[in-house]
Write a protein that binds this ligand. Structure first.
Ligand code: ATP
Ligand code: MN
Length: 468
């Protein structure tokens, strides 16, 4: 079918005089004078196109006069200046074909306000709503801008494995991948499940991060990025955590922590600017309906410099803040969301990059710094915090010294032989290198103002929830 997207029918300066459009009925009004006004949406934009169907059309009495919300139709006719309010163009149909009816009584997405909680129970139909259509288009624009940023800078897009034998974050929040019969797994002499008999002849998991493999590519190809699904079996029912989420992870050879932070800042600004430029209609919708600060916030961030502060400085600020924290802050503890939000929303009022965290709360691969004046040991880590979300990016300079890396692995009781390939990078032509990870959904949440991460991915996976 040679159809015109409704986006093009509405916005082209000179749309084709005669066009075929296809979509789903949002609302329909059957007038007594023998006309029907059908508003159609095809997902190409937020707006709908009004189709005017004349009672003289051959299938009018039988089909068109009974059309209801949710039905799918193809309409052909002339695109003309509209007499009605609220739209510039309408389609005067010479033909309206009904492809699929929707039963008006049972169709869940009626033209009225539905709560986001209700729509989560209709995950298969919610893309037909304004909110989820707008989320899908902005998410698409964010992904395109991510690729654009790295491609323009000569980064290679690489694909790291989804099934892996290593636990990159060392946090043990892994989903096991197995083909063993869970009701009767083979057991070794000690009674433990014998994973040597499993599909890969070892324990395997869904990846929590593509970083370690990305490092191997960066240490040959220079600048690379991986962008794919990651899985964390963390039992945290928060509005910012999913069990399955998408992460973009650049990795740069010959780069230190400062270069890493500069890249992260330029990267976020590029993505935010692209969304403002390319998703004006959808972003106005989010600003009007979801969060009336998103447009100002994004424009402000795209033009302002991010704050940089060390972890130790941040702790001092938090201790002096005179607040009753739910989690009181001392040097050595990890920052909680309440602390992150305080720093970025109240102290600095802009995105904030915190660097040089205590080694004891960060993974083995982060580069160990010289001890500070008080003799405390930190690593070259950085987190980028933004208002309302807290951490949106986590990154670090990687440990490139073999002896230091091996000592850190021993400290954290990791099996050196499992990471021989990772240590090899330090054995053969080691180089300083750095990278970070941006959670795609956190980014889409921030851009759109959507409060719950479950509403920025089509099919959210969270504890006890994988319906559909
Ligand atoms: P948090 O402290 O918020 O759980 P993290 O320290 O576990 O984050 P990293 O391991 O540094 O996060 O992962 C890099 C990025 O991936 C984070 O900055 C965030 O944007 C995103 N991310 C991490 N965990 C999740 C999750 N469960 N759901 C969605 N995004 C996540
Ligand atoms: Mn986490």
């Amino acid at each position: 079918m040679n159809r015109t997207l409704i986006r093009d029918a509405l916005t082209n300066l000179r749309p084709p005089a005669e066009a075929t459009v296809a979509g789903w009925v949002r609302t329909v009004r059957h007038s007594k004078g023998g006309f029907s006004f059908i508003t159609l949406n095809d997902g190409s934009c937020l707006a709908t196109l009004q189709v005017v169907a004349d009672g003289k059309l051959p299938n009018y009495a039988e089909e068109i006069a009974h059309l209801t919300t949710g039905s799918s139709v193809v309409a052909r006719g002339a695109l003309v200046a509209s007499q009605g309010k609220g739209q510039a163009v309408e389609l005067q149909a010479s033909e309206v074909r009904v492809l699929g009816r929707a039963d008006a009584d049972s169709y869940p997405i009626q033209p009225k306000h539905h709560t986001l909680e209700f729509l989560r129970t209709q995950a298969h139909l919610r893309p037909r709503t304004n909110t989820f259509g707008a989320v899908a288009r902005v998410r698409n624009a964010v992904c395109a801008a991510i690729h654009e940023f790295f491609q323009r800078r000569g980064f290679l897009y690489i694909h790291t494995p989804i099934i892996t034998a290593s636990d990159c974050e060392g946090a043990g929040q892994l989903f096991r991948v197995t083909t063993l019969d869970v009701s009767a797994p083979p057991r070794g002499p000690d009674g433990a499940v014998d994973f040597a008999q499993d599909f890969f002849a070892r324990s395997t998991y869904l990846t929590v991060s593509g970083q370690l493999e990305a490092e191997t590519c960066a240490c040959a190809l220079g600048n690379v990025y991986t962008f794919g699904p990651t899985f964390r079996a963390e039992n945290s029912n928060t509005p910012r955590h999913l069990a399955e989420f998408w992460m973009v992870e650049p990795e740069m050879a010959f780069c230190d922590l400062a270069g890493d932070a500069d890249t992260a800042e330029a990267f976020l600004k590029h993505v935010f600017r692209a969304v403002l430029d390319r998703c004006a209609e959808d972003m106005k919708f989010f600003n009007d309906r979801i969060d009336n600060t998103v447009l100002d916030t994004l424009a402000h961030i795209a033009d302002s410099e991010f704050q940089r502060v060390t972890y130790s400085e941040a702790v001092t600020l938090l201790e002096k803040a005179g607040r009753q924290w739910e989690f009181p802050m001392h040097w050595g503890r990890d920052l909680q969301t309440e602390h992150e939000r305080f720093l970025t929303e109240e102290t600095f009022r802009k995105p904030t990059i915190i660097t040089d965290y205590p080694a004891s709360i960060k993974p083995f691969y982060m580069r160990v710094n010289e001890p500070d004046a008080q003799g405390r040991r930190t690593v070259a880590a950085m987190d980028v915090l933004v208002p309302k979300i807290g951490e949106i990016i986590g990154g670090s300079q990687r440990e490139e010294r073999l002896d230091v890396l091996e000592a850190r692995m021993a400290e954290t009781h990791m099996k050196a032989e499992d990471y021989r390939w990772y240590a090899d990078l330090r054995r053969y032509g080691t180089v300083p290198h750095a990278g970070f990870g941006l959670g795609l959904e956190r980014c889409v949440q921030f851009v759109t103002g959507m409060a719950n991460i479950r509403d920025v991915i089509p099919y959210p996976r969270t504890p006890r929830s994988a319906e559909y």
